[in-house]
Design a protein around this ligand. Structure first.
Ligand code: SAH
Length: 206
């Protein structure tokens, strides 16, 4: 089933072998709790997880990961750990992964899950609008919830030459933006089209 999913993503124009290889290795069914949805884990769909959140669609995970254009060993920050599926994909491509989640139960559940599966990202419970100053700067930052605007802290925590991949928009639909910081610190933004995410929320909740 996983091989078929990889072929489907290839047909949808995901070209990075590193990303396709990672999707081919991560057991997505173990990131979904509801058994009804577990059976459909290798469909290219988003599904509900706890705390009213969602596990992103595999195409979206693959596309955002490809847009990060990282190389193994680089430091990447994810905002919105959720199920940990995207986190595991980032680990599989050999990145040093930091991830923030604002829902405590989800943070705790996913921490246990990822360690059980043998992944060792650095997970934090906190507010992604603030980034992770103590671990900055990052080669790349990926936001997996719909942001009302590009948080300045995230831009500040990018290395020169780094990239921020972030869905921006307050309604149902967001625009995927890639913000690149040049070596002299100038910013440029490219728009990559419409996507749908759960909203990025400001306050922590337990
Ligand atoms: N990458 C996840 C996607 C989960 S949905 C996966 O593959 O499963 C987005 C996640 O972002 C949710 O878990 C939500 O709780 C979290 N989130 C929303 N606002 C946030 C914020 N300000 N800081 C950190 N996480 C946030």
């Amino acid at each position: 089933m996983r091989r078929r999913l990889v072929e489907l993503l290839r047909n949808k124009r995901i070209v990075s072998e590193a990303v396709l290889g990672a999707i081919g290795r991560v057991p997505r069914h173990l990131f979904i709790d509801d058994t009804a949805f577990q059976a459909r884990a290798y469909e290219d769909s988003a599904f509900p997880i706890s705390c009213g959140q969602t596990i992103s669609q595999p195409y979206t995970v693959a596309y955002q990961t490809e847009l990060l254009s990282t190389s193994p060993g680089q430091r990447v920050l994810e905002v919105g750990t959720g199920s940990g599926y995207q986190t595991a994909v980032l680990c599989e491509i050999g990145l040093r992964v930091f991830s923030i989640e604002r829902h405590k139960p989800l943070y705790l559940q996913t921490k246990e899950r990822l360690s059980r599966l043998g992944y060792s990202p650095n997970l934090s419970f906190g507010d992604g609008f603030l980034g992770l100053p103590r671990e900055a700067p990052f080669d790349a930052i990926i936001v997996t919830c719909g942001a009302p605007f590009v948080p300045p802290a995230l831009v500040n925590q990018l290395k020169p030459g780094g990239r921020l991949v972030i869905p921006v928009g307050e309604g149902e639909v967001q625009r995927m933006k890639v913000v690149t910081k040049s070596l002299n610190g100038d910013l440029s933004t490219v728009d990559k089209g419409d996507f749908r995410f759960v909203p990025m929320l400001a306050e922590k909740s337990n």
